[in-house]
Structures are given as structure tokens and as C-alpha cells.
Design a protein around this ligand. Structure first.
Ligand code: SR1
Ligand code: MG
Length: 400
């Protein structure tokens, strides 16, 4: 079948070809459920058994903008190969892949409809007790074993050749590390925020730090990144975590992925301004979010350290004192990238429901202001930070 965007009947036809998933002549139903910025997502179900499958198809343009923004279909290959790599390194933490059809830019994967998208769960005020442990395992394993610390350096270079992803990287370079800091056409923000936004556009000290972080994103091939690890790319249940959507995968700075997770917890933290109205309950949920931020970093640091002790392949990286320097820099990168990811979700093209869907305009404006304040503080302070506790302190004081 030559490439074309599928309809629901065609998606059912393809789903039937997956071996041993559905009965021979059973009825299947299908809904297109894609609510992200880029792709079609079909959910095909067999009502009789409750079994299902997800078919994700890349469109040749960015859905969020339209056909005027062409986008490579190769991202579907990158996503399916990244999922397979991540599945090997972090078993159980990504969906199972049933197959990939290169012509149709289509990945067939496990139905996760017994999970919820974490962003939605957090907006509803739900807690996920397994999350910090699972995501810190995912981060430690995928980042360590695809870096020069845990992988033979020549094999790593060969692997990185499969994840050359210039078009998707360009989206990040523009939408995260450039456009929010100038009066770009792609920006979109609450008109009432204009004074704060104009002051960010003029903030040279901030731009200098963003330029350094941007340089890291452009030049540091540290490890295979997921590349877009926000809470809309994570499915959760109380007892399960599954990372999806690594179409932005490429070899980049590790702190970009860890920072994405922390930033999105913090975006929900500030967004709670408009979701939980009871002050005591809001404070308690915010405490849990900050405990989670801390647990994600601490869990990552401990597990990454254990892998370093056990499976280090680089002799020079074993030099006494090097690991401490490496982890310190990684924490600082993480915090800087987290700040960039907060600011882009308020000023840039793509926002987050945690803030955008707040019904009360005053609460929404307050949340936007706090997000900009926290994001800016993280960026400005990231190179001096020595402990994750400093992030919690900034966040607590901002909602004060
Ligand atoms: C044009 S794509 C906009 C955003 O959606 C994706 O999830 C990435 O975060 C990207 O920056
Ligand atoms: Mg995505």
C-alpha cells in the first residue's frame, strides 16, 4: 500500500494482519484518537474479547499547524526504532511493538487504554506511586547504556547514525531555544502577559544562559534521548508507567530528557492554581509533586551511579572524582533544560493543558506568571545549583 493517510476502515484491515491478536472473522471497531500535535492515532478494538491495538501513523506535515509545515515521515521509523531500543534497555516501561510499516510510516503497538495519559491524570489530581521509581529507571538505563559510559564508543557512534533527526531537532531548536526569546510568528501567549513576555525578550542575561543550553542541545551527543519526554508522552496507572512517542529521539544532552520530566511536573504544580480549589488539598498535592521531582532526580542519580559502578566501559571515566563532576554538571543541565521547557509552554507555539485549560482567567494568568518566574529562575541559576533541593525551594517560594 503506497503512503496515504489511513481511514478507520483501512486501519482495521491492517490491524487484522497482526498475527494472533484478533479472532478470524470477529467484529472490530476503530476510532481515531490522536490529540497530539503531529500524528494520526487509531485505536482498534475487538468488543467481544476487549483486546485492542494502537496504530500510529505519521502525517507528512505538522498536524498542529497544517500542510504548510511539511515534516519528514522518517520520524515514524525513528520512533519505532527508539521504542525497540528503549524496550530492550528498560523492559516493561514502553509499549510492546507488533510491527512497523515503512511505506505507510505506521507503527503497530500495544493498546494502553487501561492507562491514562499522565498529564490528564495529574490535572485530575491523581497520584502515581510507581511513577518516580519507574521513570528514574527508564532514564538511568536508556541514558547510561546509550552513552560512552555504558556503550562501546564505536558502537555508540554507529547507533547514533540511525537517529539523525534534523527536522524534529529543528522544531526543538526553534520552539524551545529561540522563538520564546524574540517576537516570533510561532509564539502564542495570553495578551495579558505581554509585559512579562516583553521583559523576557529583552533579558540579555537570560538569553546568554539559553544560548549555552541551546549549544548543548545542538552539539552534545551524550546519549540517545527520547527527545520529548513530557507528561503527554507517558501513560500511567497506579501500578504501571509506559513511555510513548519518542519521534524526537536523537543523540543529545541527557539533561534534556530528565529536565523535560521535571518541567512537566512543575507545570502541573503551577497549574494547580486553577484545578484544586481547596487550599489545603492543593498544598498537599503540590507537596506530592515536589516530592516526585525530588524522587525522580534522586532515583535517577542513585541508579545511574549503580550502573556506573557495575557496567562502566570507559577506563578514563573511572578516574576518581570524575563521576562527581559528571553528575554535578548533569544536575545543572537538567535544571537549565527544565526552565527552558517551562517557558516555551507559556509563550511558544505548543502549550500544556495543565495551564491552558484552566477555566478561571485570573487563576490561569497567575499560573502563567508563576511558570515564567520559575522557568526563568531555573535557567538563570542552573550553573550554580548543587542540589535538587534548590529547585523545590524556587517552586515553593513562587507559590508562596
Ligand atoms: C510542531 S510540534 C510542537 C511540539 O509538539 C511536540 O510534542 C513537541 O514538544 C513539539 O515541540
Ligand atoms: Mg509527541
Amino acid at each position: 500500500m503506497a503512503y496515504h493517510p489511513l481511514n478507520e476502515q483501512e486501519a482495521i484491515y491492517i490491524a487484522r494482519s497482526i498475527p494472533e491478536l484478533f479472532g478470524r472473522n470477529t467484529v472490530l471497531d476503530c476510532r481515531e484518537i490522536g490529540d497530539g500535535n503531529l500524528n494520526l492515532v487509531f485505536h482498534i478494538r475487538e468488543p467481544a474479547s476487549g483486546r485492542g491495538v494502537i496504530l500510529k501513523q505519521a502525517l507528512p506535515y505538522a498536524k498542529v499547524v497544517g500542510e504548510s509545515w511539511p515534516l519528514t515521515l522518517d520520524r515514524a521509523r525513528i520512533e519505532s526504532e527508539a521504542l525497540q531500543e528503549e524496550g530492550r534497555l528498560a523492559p516493561g516501561l514502553v509499549p510492546r511493538i507488533y510491527g512497523y510499516n515503512a511505506e505507510l510510516a505506521l507503527t503497530m503497538m500495544e493498546d494502553l487504554s487501561d492507562h491514562v495519559i499522565m498529564r490528564r491524570g495529574l490535572i485530575e489530581g491523581n497520584r502515581y506511586p510507581r511513577f518516580a521509581d519507574d521513570i528514574s529507571t527508564f532514564l538511568a538505563n536508556t541514558l547510561f547504556y546509550t552513552s560512552d559510559l555504558g556503550k562501546n564508543q564505536q558502537e555508540k557512534k554507529l547507533l547514533s547514525g540511525r537517529f539523525i533527526n534534523p527536522e524534529l531537532c529543528k522544531i526543538t531548536e526553534d520552539l524551545i531555544f529561540d522563538h520564546p526569546y524574540t517576537d516570533a510568528d510561532t509564539n502564542s501567549f495570553n495578551p495579558e502577559l505581554r509585559p512579562e513576555v516583553e521583559s523576557l525578550w529583552a533579558d540579555r542575561a537570560l538569553h546568554l544562559e539559553v544560548a549555552r543550553l541551546r549549544e548543548g542541545f545542538l552539539t552534545r551527543s551524550q546519549a540517545l534521548l527520547h527527545g520529548d519526554l513530557h507528561t503527554g508522552s507517558i501513560f500511567v496507572r497506579e501500578d504501571s508507567t509506559k513511555v510513548i512517542d519518542p519521534e524526537f529521539a536523537y543523540f543529545g544532552p541527557m539533561g534534556f530528557d530528565i529536565g523535560a520530566v521535571l518541567a512537566n511536573l512543575l507545570l502541573n504544580f503551577v497549574g494547580q492554581e486553577g484545578w484544586i480549589h481547596d487550599a489545603g488539598k492543593r498544598a498537599a498535592f503540590r507537596d506530592w509533586l515536589l516530592e516526585t521531582v525530588e524522587a525522580v532526580w534522586n532515583g535517577f542519580e542513585r541508579k545511574f551511579g549503580e550502573l556506573w559502578e557495575r557496567d562502566l566501559v570507559d577506563r578514563m571515566a573511572g578516574t576518581p572524582g570524575y563521576r562527581e563532576l559528571y553528575m554535578q554538571r548533569l544536575l545543572q543541565d537538567t535544571i537549565g533544560y527544565a526552565g527552558c521547557k517551562m517557558i516555551r509552554r507559556v509563550i511558544g507555539l505548543a502549550h500544556v493543558a495543565d495551564i491552558d485549560r484552566i477555566a478561571d482567567p485570573q487563576a490561569k494568568l497567575a499560573a502563567e506568571r508563576i511558570a515564567l518566574f520559575v522557568g526563568r529562575a531555573l535557567i538563570l541559576r542552573h550553573r550554580e545549583t548543587t542540589s535538587i533541593a534548590e529547585v523545590l525551594d524556587i517552586a515553593r517560594k513562587a507559590v508562596g
